[in-house]
Design a protein around this ligand. Structure first.
Ligand SMILES: Cc1ncc(COP(=O)(O)O)c(C=O)c1O
Length: 464
């Protein structure tokens, strides 16, 4: 009945990441109405600073009412057809906001910006522009669970993982990068680019200037593109500060290579930094005019509504608001992350050291009954169904080592996080109690087997 694309399995919908959401939705936690329900910790949403946005909206009722500065309605202008280039006023504000997040160390030109319905649409559009079906994109793993859908499903492009491991804090090594490139070649895949997320989802870490410059050099050497998904750039709450790929590319040595900027593209959205995933505001930024014009044509499949552009162009134009929002939001994220890290630590669970994002990358390897992905899935099921927490297993981020989980902390209030931490503590205590009991009965069994063996050996000896 359906096309092969529509019925193909590579959407990723069957991954445990999305299954966890489905289970959560059947029994969602509510402090009063369903206190034993499942707590959603698998959703990278930022709900910590809604009050700041809401306060701005209350102070600017005319904008919400679709009126201009003179109090006249702009409804008709906004309701009419808009072209796919987006509103100039909105794009001007967006590039200023992007520069501000990057400490004004880079300047962005609004003419190089293409609007899209979220970073989801921006990533897919960019892949459609850069690669043909059957070409490959190298992607460091663990990687965002939605990338199978966004980069691969409809484009027909192959994802070749760059395997990162806990031995160096999951950082991208040149060895792993070269190894992934060679693996793609052995599979007869033409590599068209590398896609990084910086800050990383699910790691919550940022890349250093050296690491970024090594990647740029790699892209130049192999004559491929470099895409940097920077949707979490405004969530960097601790040092080292955020360094965008554009800033790294400004290095004088790299700039001697004239086409360096034409192979670098940024994907960004307001879903994480401003906590507005429902508004569907995403963008591609590229210095490559061919890419900009192809992406602009394609953007008609995923435009941002003119009403949303209108509202946000006023909000972002208020520099006092954006500065205050960024500062306070980052402070709140840091506090929340520390609460999660210290709560888990009390239960003997460690997190990868992080400085950004809406989640922690949590090491639960010691809670696995064996070093396998089956054991990871068993632990995930237990935590979901018995403990009542929807956290996401590393397998859904294509992590190559079992036992790591992504735990989100910014999509709930503080008291819900405390309930979640209490549940984890009880679970770990119960598990270690059962473990000790099992070990106790196991050692009793071993000793009695041993005694039995010895005595039967004695008997055999005597019988001989
Ligand atoms: C790395 C990354 N890219 C893209 C997206 C999609 O963002 P959007 O809601 O703007 O489509 C996400 C969402 O979690 C993400 O983590």
């Amino acid at each position: 009945m359906l096309s092969s694309k529509a019925s193909s399995n590579c959407h990723g919908q069957d991954s445990l990441y999305f299954l966890g959401w489905q289970v959560y939705e059947k029994n969602p936690f509510h402090e009063v109405e369903n206190p034993t329900g499942i707590i959603q910790m698998g959703l990278a949403e930022n709900q910590l600073s809604f009050d700041l946005v809401e306060s701005w909206l209350r102070k600017n009722p005319d904008v919400m009412g679709l009126k201009n500065k003179d109090g006249e309605s702009v409804f008709r202008d906004l309701a009419l057809f808009q072209d796919y280039h987006g509103m100039p006023a909105f794009k001007n504000e967006l590039v200023e906001y992007m520069a501000k997040i990057r400490g004004n160390k880079v300047k962005f030109d609004p003419n190089n910006l293409v609007l899209a319905a979220g970073a989801t649409s921006a990533n897919e559009t960019l892949i459609f522009c850069l690669a043909d079906p059957g070409d490959a994109i190298l992607l460091p793993t663990p990687s965002y669970a939605g990338f199978d859908r966004d980069l691969k499903w409809r484009t027909g492009v192959e994802i070749v993982p760059i395997h990162c491991s806990s031995s160096n804090g999951f950082r991208i090594s040149m060895f792993a990068l070269e190894e992934a490139y060679e693996r793609a070649q052995k599979l007869n895949l033409k590599v068209k680019g590398v896609l990084i997320t910086n800050p990383s989802n699910p790691l919550g870490t940022t890349m250093t200037k050296d690491e970024l410059q090594s990647l740029i050099t790699f892209a130049i050497d192999k004559d491929i593109h470099l895409i940097s998904d920077e949707v979490f750039s405004g969530t960097v709450f601790d040092s080292p500060c955020f360094i965008s790929i554009m800033e790294a590319a400004m290095d004088s040595n790299l700039k001697r290579n004239t086409d360096v900027l034409s192979r670098i593209h940024i994907v960004y959205s307001l879903s994480k930094d401003l906590g507005l995933p429902g508004f569907r505001v995403g963008m591609i930024y590229s210095n490559n005019q061919t890419v900009v014009s192809a992406a602009t044509k394609m953007s008609s499949f995923g435009l941002v509504s003119s009403q949303t552009q209108y509202l946000l162009s006023y909000m972002l134009a208020n520099k006092k608001f954006t500065s205050n929002y960024m500062k306070r939001n980052q402070k709140r994220l840091k506090k929340r992350k520390e609460m999660l890290v210290s709560g888990l630590k009390k239960s003997g669970i460690n997190c990868l050291k992080s400085n950004a994002g809406l989640f922690c990358w949590v090491d639960m390897r010691h809670l696995l009954c064996s070093n396998t992905f089956e054991a990871e899935t068993d632990l995930w099921k237990k935590i979901l169904c018995e403990v009542g927490l929807n956290i996401s297993p590393g397998s859904s981020f294509h992590c190559s080592q079992p036992g790591w989980f992504r735990v989100c902390f910014a999509n709930m209030n503080q008291s819900t996080l405390q309930v979640a931490l209490r549940r984890i503590t009880n679970f770990v205590e119960r598990s270690s109690f059962n473990y000790q009991q099992n070990m106790g009965s196991l050692s009793r069994k071993l000793i009695s087997n041993w005694v039995r063996k010895l005595s039967s050996a004695d008997r055999e000896e005597q019988e001989r």
